[in-house]
Design a binder for this molecule. Structure first.
Ligand SMILES: [Zn+2]
Length: 111
């Protein structure tokens, strides 16, 4: 009985926490909101991972990687190596994404 009361007392708090991240914000928005406003603007301008073309924020907060003197956004740690292995291609793709040239509806799992 006592146990039940504790649960009943905790449930609204749990629901509140869960509701906060699931109903008012999408996971992507929540991830992007962890960036500084300036970084967030840059990441949103690019929109998609320069390596995989996955929407930024889908895998948690996107990562910024500097290629030369240019910041490029990627979706996860795993992309960092690929981005740095082929900086020219990565930069070019990031430019395309920013310009809206690249297909943003590329099927998932291309790479
Ligand atoms: Zn990635």
């Amino acid at each position: 009985m006592l146990r039940r009361n504790i649960l009943a007392a905790l449930l609204p708090a749990i629901a509140l926490v869960a509701g906060c991240s699931s109903s008012s914000k999408s996971p992507r928005e929540a991830a992007l909101s962890q960036l500084s406003p300036e970084d967030r603007k840059l990441a949103e301008a690019q929109g998609y991972c320069a390596v995989t073309s996955e929407p930024l924020g889908d895998m948690g907060p996107p990562l910024k990687v500097m290629l030369g003197d240019k910041p490029v956004w990627i979706c996860c740690q795993g992309c960092q190596k690929k981005a740095k292995a082929n900086p020219e291609k990565t930069l070019a793709h990031a430019e395309e994404l920013r310009a809206g040239v690249a297909s943003k509806s590329k099927p998932r799992g291309v790479l």
